[in-house]
Write a protein that binds this ligand. Sequence first.
Ligand SMILES: [Zn+2]
Length: 84
Amino acid sequence: MASTILCTCGNRIGTNLFAGSKVFRLILDDEWDDLGNSPTQDDFSNLFVHSREVFHCEKCSRLIVFWKHDGDPTYYTQESANAA
Ligand SMILES: [Zn+2]
């Protein structure tokens, strides 16, 4: 992943640990369940490493999801509550 993501609104979002960007993680229920009853620190580390990264654009509120670590991101915009 590059050190910045160019959002479709034109905002550049830093992806390194010190960029201050909001990064979220997506974890499947199945992956969580696979940890079992006595997960180790390594199990949690693996879960974290293999989770999907989600960035939040502060400028336009899009969510940018990396479904695959080495793939292109998918951009999601918030729908209006008044949209028909
Ligand atoms: Zn944006």
